[in-house]
Design a protein around this ligand. Structure first.
Ligand SMILES: *[C@@H]1O[C@H](CO)[C@@H](O)[C@H](O)[C@H]1NC(C)=O
Ligand SMILES: *[C@@H]1O[C@H](CO)[C@@H](O)[C@H](O)[C@H]1NC(C)=O
Ligand SMILES: *[C@@H]1O[C@H](CO)[C@@H](O)[C@H](O)[C@H]1NC(C)=O
Length: 185
């Protein structure tokens, strides 16, 4: 497989205390283990992304899962598409799908619960004033991978598209990280 690992530019760990959530698993001492969320993805996941590199960031996610597993219930969210869809990346939808599956299954094998996330919409409007759904193939593929492998998913692409259509272009650009950046928040 051709790994999209170089595109795993960003990962951030967020520890959330969900002590009141009754459905969380218990540790060996019978105590609830709070959730630990690890976010893997491109720079739409976290803007402090290093912008590429040798792929060490996914290894950090896996290490973080391993290190947290005795005390936490680890979840790994996985969101790609923005970089992978660029022609220069030369990654087909089939390769994109295979990559997502491999990352999710590796997270699962390490003991985490993977959650695939469809890519955040760009804030790019067409002349009808509606979002140009240029990540539709990646959204579709992400959902297909999730469904066919029994992996949970969050349809962030649909949710963000719906939201951006409702607020319109003028308000949408107020989310720009900097002038002209219609992708990052
Ligand atoms: C694009 O990827 C395909 C399949 O991996 C490969 O055969 C081809 O040489 C690549 N093209 C470029 C320009 O790198
Ligand atoms: C704008 O995008 C919407 C949603 O994809 C589409 O239904 C509509 O036809 C598009 N309008 C133009 C002018 O392309
Ligand atoms: C969604 O993915 C499936 C399976 O890969 C494919 O058959 C279908 O044409 C895709 N639909 C769209 C709208 O991309």
């Amino acid at each position: 497989m051709k790994l999209s690992i170089p595109h795993i530019a960003a990962w951030i760990a967020v520890i959330l205390s969900l002590a009141t959530c009754a459905s969380l698993p218990y540790n060996q001492r019978g105590e609830k283990r709070p959730a630990a969320f690890y976010l893997a993805g491109d720079s739409t996941t976290a803007v402090q992304s290093s912008g590429g590199g040798a792929g060490g960031d996914w290894a950090k996610v896996i290490d973080a899962v391993k290190n947290s597993i005795s005390a936490y219930t680890p979840y790994v969210t996985i969101q790609f598409g923005h970089n992978d869809q660029k022609a220069s990346a030369n990654i087909s939808i089939e390769e994109y799908s295979a990559n997502l599956k491999e990352l999710a299954l590796e997270a699962k094998a390490t003991g985490a619960r993977p959650i695939l996330v469809t890519p955040l919409s760009r804030r790019n409007y067409n002349s009808s004033g509606l979002i140009i759904e240029d990540l539709a193939p990646q959204r579709n593929a992400t959902i297909q991978v999730a469904r066919s492998n029994g992996i949970d998913f969050i349809d962030l692409n649909a949710a963000s598209t719906k939201y951006l259509n409702s607020i319109g272009k003028a308000k949408a650009v107020t989310y720009n990280l900097h002038l002209m950046c219609i992708t990052l928040l």
